[in-house]
Write a protein that binds this ligand. Structure first.
Ligand SMILES: [Zn+2]
Length: 342
């Protein structure tokens, strides 16, 4: 229906049928710049880059990349099957359809159970220098609302394309698919590892197991793995960050009801911390807390070690019925975060 109205309006105002093709060219725009088979590791990226350059006929990349197409659903059969599983979950949680099958996904890595670990690229293509934000959801599979939060963000970006100008937003809505998709979702991945304790931080060998045993009494929920970076979901995040070199990362969790910042000036000085306060202000004064970082956590690896502004948004709950409320609460803060240049 929307399509028809859109075309009709264009016909009236522009006296041309050609403008209706705008709707059909979304995926063509992406094809110049994104290949679903790209490896997220820098090494493979290089080889893929040269491959892509050969296929680009225009000298300059198109300015914007809008990864959604109403007319050309994703053909990749593995993604199709993941989308079907995801839609079942969405139905079960009383959410609307995810729209998963309409996105131009990129993935190269699969989880232990073979599910693609995928992301969507919004905004400026990789060849263009741009303010880049990576948004990660579903790192812990039993945190239900964050997954919907990322899909709500993607829907919002689809509708507000002016936000993409000069910005690049990489959204990975389901980092740990195996845990979210199973009947009783769990915090750990299919191999029983807490992905957010598995990053290759400097203190991992000395402290990860010690803290897990002493402070967490060897609770299975927080097992950091046998060695750092042993899990596909961790490798995925590490490589995604290495590839896109974001200025900031936002990892969405639940239910601690805090906004936490790790990165340059995490004690309260500097631009990264200022953005944290602005995000909190845009979300009705959402509680800011300087949560300690752990051996193997994203905050430790990306924020502390690699000096990337890393925000952990802990939503108030995993209650699937509250997703609308959460997105409403953070819409302004997320808009601010992805458009703000650090
Ligand atoms: Zn979590």
């Amino acid at each position: 229906m929307k399509h028809i109205i859109y075309c009709f309006l264009h016909f009236i105002f522009l006296f041309s049928f050609n403008s209706c093709e705008i709707l059909d060219t979304y995926s063509e725009k992406t094809e110049n710049t994104v290949d679903p088979q790209w490896e997220e590791s820098p090494k493979a990226h290089k080889t893929q880059n040269s491959k892509v350059q050969k296929t680009i006929s225009a000298p300059k990349p198109k300015p914007l990349l809008i990864p959604r197409s109403k007319n050309r659903p994703v053909g990749e059969s593995e993604m199709k099957s993941l989308c079907q599983k995801l839609d079942k979950k969405f139905y079960q949680y009383g959410w609307r359809k995810s729209g998963c099958q309409y996105y131009k996904w990129q993935f190269v890595r699969r989880s232990h159970l073979g599910n693609p670990i995928a992301w969507v690229h919004y905004g400026e293509p990789e060849e263009v220098k741009a303010n880049t934000t990576i948004v990660l959801c579903g790192v812990h599979g039993d945190e239900i609302t964050p997954v919907k939060f990322c899909y709500d963000l993607m829907k919002y970006l689809d509708k507000n394309q002016k936000l993409l100008l000069g910005n690049r937003i990489i959204v990975a809505p389901l980092v740990t698919p195996d845990s979210f998709l199973k009947k009783w979702p769990s915090r750990t991945n299919a191999r029983g590892v807490d992905v957010n304790r598995n990053f290759p931080t400097n203190d991992w060998h000395a402290k990860a197991h010690k803290i897990w045993k002493r402070r967490y009494k060897s609770t299975k929920r927080k097992f950091p793995g046998k060695r750092p970076n042993s899990e596909q979901e961790t490798i995925f995040q590490v490589n995604l960050i290495k590839r896109y070199k974001p200025q900031k990362i936002i990892s969405v969790h639940a239910p601690l009801t805090i906004l936490d910042y790790d990165g340059p000036g995490h004690h309260g000085e500097g631009e990264g911390h200022d953005l944290l306060l602005q995000m909190s202000k845009s979300a009705k004064g959402y509680q800011v807390k300087n949560y300690p970082y752990f051996p193997g956590s994203l905050g430790n690896w990306a924020g502390h070690m690699n000096k990337i502004a890393t925000y952990t948004l802990e939503l108030p709950s995993s209650d699937n019925r509250l997703h609308k409320k959460f997105w409403k609460l953070f819409e302004k803060a997320m808009t601010h975060a992805i458009t703000h240049k650090l």
